[in-house]
Design a protein around this ligand. Structure first.
Ligand code: SF4
Length: 705
């Protein structure tokens, strides 16, 4: 089925599963929606968030409707015209660049931006402003997986498809709660397991989440001990001869060093470190050994860690030693949290990347992109990553920041520090759809953006599937699509190359720039996406039907064409350790019916009914030791700050570990409800991804003074 009058096929704007939806437009632009039965991802199913997407889009309260500006920090915001707003932005950015150099300005964008918007922002910043200071909130969720894939497989290339779910007979889901956070993908796993009772489901998580309900094995490890666990599973597989030496010898390098590193401690020692049973580690290995199709799936529990990249190395190694990659039902599958985290990486949306997975560090890549954009050169200096931007703002090196489609004052770690840094900026632009973002309060210039159903573009989901999104309704007030805003600004700065007549032209330019690369989509156009539906990259020519699975020939994208093992002989966690004064480990995460910082899902009554306020999960032992009863207000405290929510006492979390959802901010409750008040700015040294899953805290019952 294609679009018909007032019926539009599009894609859900929440998680990276990328479900197809059919939106019907009635009188007065009244919208209804249902799951797209023809869509290969969801086959008509939608989760609670997707089902209610139109309610969030309908609700125009709190929408930003026209540009607003303050004359100086001490003046109130005033409504201004788009011309005035763009002139002011261009004047401030030109002046700062002239006085302090191009690295004095930066952009912070989002995995919710459409690919065309991401592309234009990167072209503007890296090609024309002369700095690589553009990073994305995908830094907060995906960058450890990017580094894992890139170092081991040669490129940030997810090798598998959702179609592999029905071909797998063993799943290891680590640091993820897909039953709540990637629900439609998990429903496919559940349905497959129900139809095939021999299918094994192994869950690795410090919490007993909904995902564990039908698991064959739950390895409830201590936070930060993942590498011990995967190394121990590898050791058992190697000792039992359950590895694929033909694959290892022909298609990988570094195995002997890796093997030596995993043999440095016994399975019993690993079990003690992880606080799981040795017999359960051996059981997990036996499930993997018996499988014909083995999928590893992971999300933030691995990535959001100070050792996130090494965690990725250790998990992906399980696929490599068993040869479970490039085969039906097999492979390492990183789950993206945002709808277009993958598309952003395609256009080089990270501060160290260039278009089509090229890198800033590679002179040939810089030359290719500079020539394509018709500029003299691209800076060889990597840009500031998300938390480096905060540090640069604190130091005063970064003077202006332009924030698009993200709410860093809820989602960044160590929020007091982030707030102070933004206050220290000379000029903050916030380009967004909603006043419900806490970050809007810090803006000197507010630019109203069009919402998901109000603009056209493309997104790429977790399995490399590109979909085209239709414009269904007009944006309210004077809101404009993000790509149009960025092109207008670029032209106000006097730059060439931003005269795109439509998003289709931006996509065509982006697609041309991928030609000859491993993510070649030069065979793809809006026309094809509209007539043929979604396709998975690469799509290198106009007759190519897309690529469901990568590395089927076992030739990887490394220079040697072999996948690479890494030694993992220092698996200790490098997070701030628990101490006598901060003895508990706080891990943060998501709940079923809210998404990110709630600026959309928080408006929908039906979604608020599931869980309507923030909470702290705490084990009965830890609660009793602190005289905390169910529902008591509690203070969560460490050197970074404090949060106050109500206690939820549960045996589903390990003793010594507490959990808090990350969604709530000042606009949704109050600033003490933010989990990130007590997370640290520590990052993984390779990926620069923050350590959200491990903060040492103390918890007290709150007694009113
Ligand atoms: Fe949307 Fe993700 Fe739910 Fe699918 S699973 S409907 S993409 S939130």
């Amino acid at each position: 089925m294609h679009d018909t009058k007032n019926t539009y096929k599009t894609t859900c704007s929440y998680c990276g599963v990328g479900c197809g939806i059919v939106v019907k437009k009635g009188r007065h632009d009244n919208l209804t929606l249902e799951g797209d039965k023809d869509h290969p991802v969801n086959r008509g199913m939608l989760c609670s968030k997707g089902m209610n997407l139109h309610h969030a889009m309908h609700d125009q309260r709190d929408r930003l409707l026209y540009p607003e500006m303050r004359k100086s920090r001490h003046h109130p915001m005033e409504r201004v015209s788009w011309d005035t707003a763009m002139q002011r932005a261009a004047a401030v950015f030109s002046s700062l660049i002239k006085t302090y150099g191009p690295n004095s300005v930066g952009f912070y964008v989002s995995g919710q931006c459409l690919t065309e918007e991401y592309y234009v922002a990167n072209k503007l910043v890296k090609g024309f402003l002369g700095t690589n200071n553009i990073d994305t909130n995908s830094r907060l969720c995906m960058s450890s997986a990017v580094a894992g894939y890139t170092n081991m497989l040669g490129e940030d290339a997810v090798p598998v498809s959702y179609a592999d779910v029905e071909l797998a007979d063993c799943f290891l889901i680590a640091g993820a709660n897909p039953a709540w956070c990637h629900p439609i993908l998990f429903r496919r796993i559940e349905a497959h397991k129900q139809a095939n009772p021999d299918v094994k489901l192994i869950i690795v998580d410090p919490r007993k989440t909904q995902t564990c309900a039908n698991a064959d094995l739950h390895l409830q490890l201590l936070p930060g001990t993942d590498i011990y666990l995967y190394n121990a599973i590898a050791r058992v597989l190697i000792e039992n001869g359950d590895v694929d030496y033909d694959f290892i010898n022909q298609h990988t390098e570094g195995f002997e060093e890796y093997r030596a590193s995993v043999f440095q401690y016994t399975v019993a020692e690993a079990a003690r470190h992880c606080d799981v049973k040795e017999s359960d580690i051996r059981l997990a290995a036996s499930y993997i050994a018996a499988s014909k199709g083995f999928l590893t799936l992971w999300a933030m529990g691995l990535n959001q860690s100070v050792i996130g990249v090494k965690k990725n190395f250790s998990l992906i190694s399980l696929n490599l030693i068993t040869g479970h990659i490039g085969k039906p039902g097999s492979g390492p599958f990183s789950l993206t949290g945002q709808p277009n985290a993958m598309g952003g990486r395609e256009v080089g949306g990270l501060a160290t990347m260039l278009a089509a997975h090229r890198t800033i560090a590679n002179p040939q890549h810089r030359k290719e992109v500079a020539e394509f954009w018709g500029v003299d050169s691209i800076s060889d200096k990597p840009g500031y990553t998300a938390t480096q931007m905060i540090e640069a703002l604190e130091r005063g090196d970064l003077k202006a920041v332009w924030i698009i489609c993200t709410n860093p004052l809820v989602s960044l770690p160590d929020l007091k520090r982030a707030e102070a840094a933004l206050k220290n900026a000379r000029f903050v632009v916030v380009q967004d759809i909603s006043r419900l973002s806490d970050t809007v309060a810090y803006a000197d210039l507010i630019l109203p953006a069009a919402g998901h159903f109000e603009k056209e573009g493309t997104m790429t989901n977790s399995e490399r599937r590109i979909s085209h999104l239709r414009k269904i309704v007009d944006p309210p007030g004077e809101a404009r699509p993000d790509s149009e805003i960025l092109c207008t600004f670029a032209k106000a700065m006097g730059f060439h190359g931003f005269d795109f007549a439509s998003p289709a032209e931006i996509f065509a330019e982006h697609a041309r720039l991928t030609q000859g690369t491993n993510i070649d989509i030069s065979g793809l156009s809006y026309e094809r996406l509209q007539t043929e539906g979604t396709l998975q990259w690469p799509v290198p020519d106009e007759t190519h039907g897309g690529t469901a699975r990568l590395f089927t020939d076992h030739r990887f994208y490394t220079p040697s064409k072999k996948a690479k093992f890494f030694t993992l002989d220092a698996p200790q966690n490098l997070s701030d350790p628990p101490t006598a004064t901060h003895p508990l480990i706080l891990t943060s995460g998501r709940i079923r019916d809210q998404w990110h910082t709630m600026t959309k899902t928080g408006k929908v009554n039906r979604l608020r009914q599931h869980i309507d306020k923030p909470f702290l999960e705490i084990h009965p032992f830890d609660a009793a030791a602190r005289n905390i009863r169910e529902g008591d207000p509690v203070v969560i405290k460490n050197e970074h700050g404090e949060a106050r929510v109500c206690a939820k006492i549960t045996e589903e979390i390990k003793p010594g570990v507490v959990f808090m959802p990350m969604h709530w901010g000042k606009r949704m409750t109050n600033d003490l409800a933010r989990a990130n008040n007590v997370t640290s700015s520590r990052v993984d040294p390779i990926s620069k991804e923050p350590d959200f899953k491990f903060s040492a805290v103390e918890v007290y019952a709150y007694r009113r003074p």
